[in-house]
Design a protein around this ligand. Structure first.
Ligand SMILES: [Fe+2]
Length: 293
């Protein structure tokens, strides 16, 4: 995910962090967290990677409502040495990667309003904390996120941020995992969304294709709607191994000049779990066309 913005707000520290100011959340804001938390934790068992449910216990804090980062961080530090830090919004890529490389996850501190309950333009604290933090308590996934941050620092020098952003998108945000009894969700963009938690696994529309690092780095993605393709990893260990063992510099060179792959395309070389009908995306495109006509 690219995290662009050019001017650091005056209230932010040089590393762009701001205090969470937990005391300033209103009762309505805490109630919104509780509502979203309850809705997702009811839906997810049986759909989500077991490691996510194990990590979720870290968010069951002593106070109701939005987690207090001070308390959350004490638990997360014990588990894997990670921390969550608040930022005012999107941050520049270099700042984002530096935090990840040092085991700090940047999170928005605001929470969505009732009008935004199912659609948000910028990630809020529910997406950032409920979606991302449980897996940061998993030692293997925690190492993957740090490795991604260090990879990002190198990608900046190599002009390959976009390729690496696709890896983040199709794993950290929208990844699926092959479980013993079928596919499971683990990406934060899915697990924090009620409707996509269902769509990503059950809907015949999207493709579900085995993860392949080079393939993913060539693949365009949707930022405005459900994904048209989800990539399935075999395990977090395998994802970490592919990320750490690959020297990205030759990989980026090999991919230079390679065509981008469309968000809905299926290649002959793909290992396909499910070839999507794309009915959902087509219906949306059709109704958008009608609105424009
Ligand atoms: Fe995210």
């Amino acid at each position: 995910m690219t995290h662009y913005t050019t001017v650091r707000p005056p209230e932010a520290a040089p590393d762009w962090t701001i205090p969470q100011d937990w005391e300033r959340y209103s009762a309505d804001e805490h109630a919104m967290w509780d509502h979203l938390f309850e809705r997702q934790t009811r839906l997810l068992p049986g759909r989500v990677a077991p490691a996510f449910l194990e990590g979720l216990d870290i968010l069951r804090l002593s106070k109701p409502g939005i987690p207090d980062f001070a308390e959350l961080n004490a638990r997360l530090m014990d588990a894997t040495g990670w921390q969550v830090v608040a930022v005012p919004g999107l941050v520049p890529d270099a700042v984002f990667f530096d935090h990840l490389a040092n085991r700090r996850f940047v999170a928005g501190r605001f929470i969505r309003t009732p009008e935004q309950i199912d659609y948000l333009e910028e990630p809020d604290i529910f997406h950032d904390v409920f979606g991302h933090v449980p897996l940061l308590a998993n030692p293997v996934f925690a190492d993957y996120m740090e490795a991604y941050g260090r990879g990002g620092q190198r990608a900046g020098e190599l002009g390959a941020i976009e390729r690496l952003a696709r890896l983040y998108w199709y794993t950290v945000e929208f990844g699926l995992l092959r479980g013993a009894d079928g596919l499971q969700i683990y990406g934060a963009g899915i697990v924090s969304s009620f409707s996509e938690s269902i769509f990503a696994l059950d809907d015949p529309s999207p493709n579900r294709i085995a993860f392949d690092l080079r393939r993913v780095m060539r693949t365009l993605y949707r930022i405005d709607d459900f994904q048209q393709t989800y990539f399935v990893i075999d395990s977090f260990e395998d994802l970490l191994r592919q990320t750490v063992e690959n020297d990205f510099a030759p990989l980026y060179r090999a991919l230079q000049g390679a065509n981008d792959i469309g968000a809905a395309d299926v290649l002959d070389s793909d290992r396909v779990d499910h070839r999507g009908t794309q009915d959902y995306a087509h219906a949306k495109a059709l109704s958008a066309g009608k609105h424009n006509a």
